[in-house]
Design a protein around this ligand. Structure first.
Ligand code: KG4
Ligand code: ZN
Length: 341
């Protein structure tokens, strides 16, 4: 049994897993960042510190287990906000020392990559290696070719903004709250996605890389020109639908092209933006055209969560139980890029 800790950005999360079964997965989101229009790193660290201990107790209660039953602790050590990572990893070290447990450091992106394997309710939904995984969140947009739990490589990466970052920044231009991704998603459901033709950067670049900053600039100029006095509410949903469609088109086209090239049977989408209803729908229908199954984690595993960290930590620990007995891990902000305010 393993206790997992995630604190890389603005979610404090504690999970307990036993042989890949999630016994509890508590996620506490720091909603107060909304009023600043983005995550404020210093405030994020303080909030993690304030809540991490209580959340750990609650997670043990939910799972109906005690610390004595744990065999290891898994913790996110990179990438992320440095102060936020330090809170989680130092808390993990303290617990590990107190209970004499090995500590398994986990890369946050690795957690997202394998989140599609968590608690799938039918065997048909368990991804079969190799898979193509699209990790698409506020800090990352990348396509991975995943051979097994130890071997995967990046085959595509954003050159500038992450897709979630584009959603959030464009939402801000439209006068919407942070994080804007879920708000755009909701508005888009009643909007006309063909009303405005926003750019699909790098759609035909012949590789698996992305670029979203041009879309953001194009929306900024469009709003300045067409709606200098504010966007009327009746067109807001059409703008949202058109923006979402521009982002989803590129994500789907590149991911499906990669799946075809590498001959995989399964695509997994992961990360906060994989909660997007347009992306889930389009990825499923487009991949089905080529006999490829698309697997999306349930909503609680799309956003940052400790269950995904625990899942891969358990795999690593079971593979090599004896290599995790030292405590000299440090944290790192930038194995792949993350965004702050
Ligand atoms: O994975 P996550 O919780 O944190 C990071 O690692 O960044 O992802 C957060 C991102 C935010 O940019 C948020 O706007 C976006 O995921 N997001 C969405 C949706 N839900 C969350 N974007 C589009 N549609 C959604 N439904
Ligand atoms: Zn994340």
């Amino acid at each position: 049994m393993l206790l997992a800790i995630e604190s890389s950005c603005d979610e404090t999360s504690i999970a307990i897993l036993n042989n890949s079964v999630v016994l509890s997965n508590i996620i506490s989101t720091q909603y107060f960042h909304r009023k600043y229009g983005g995550v404020v790193p210093e405030l994020a660290s303080r909030a993690h510190l304030q809540h991490i201990s209580e959340l750990t107790k609650q997670s043990l209660v939910d799972a109906k287990v005690g610390m004595e039953e744990m065999e290891a602790i898994g913790v996110t050590t990179e990438p992320g906000l440095i102060g936020a990572l330090i809170v989680g990893s130092n808390f993990a070290k303290g617990l590990a020392l107190r209970y004499g447990l090995p500590l398994v450091p986990v890369n946050h992106i690795e957690g997202h990559i394998f989140s599609g394997f968590l608690m799938q309710d039918s065997a048909a939904k368990i991804p079969e290696f190799p898979v193509i995984t699209l990790v698409v969140s506020g800090g990352h947009t990348a396509i991975f070719l995943v051979e097994n739990f130890n071997t995967y490589k990046i085959i595509g990466l954003t050159k500038d903004d992450a897709a979630g970052e584009a959603f959030d920044k464009i939402a801000k231009l439209c006068g919407l709250e942070y994080p804007g991704g879920p708000i755009i998603d909701k508005l888009a459901q009643s909007g006309d996605s063909k009303r405005y033709d926003f750019p699909r950067s790098m759609l035909h670049s012949g590789d698996y890389d992305f670029s979203f900053s041009g879309l953001k600039t194009s929306v900024r100029y469009f709003i300045q020109k067409e709606f200098p006095n504010g966007i009327p509410t009746d067109v807001l949903s059409d703008i949202a639908a058109s923006v979402q469609s521009a982002i989803v088109d590129v994500l789907v086209a590149k991911t499906v092209a990669a799946a075809k090239e590498y001959g995989v049977k399964h695509i997994v989408i992961a990360g906060g933006v994989s909660a997007n209803s347009g992306l889930r729908k389009r990825m499923a229908s487009e991949s089905a055209r080529y006999g490829i199954a698309c697997i999306a984690p349930s909503m609680g595993y799309c956003m940052d969560n400790a269950a995904m960290i625990g899942y891969i930590a358990e795999k690593k620990f079971n593979d090599s139980p004896n290599i995790f007995n030292h405590f000299d891990y440090t944290v790192s902000a930038n194995a792949l890029r993350r965004r702050t305010k």
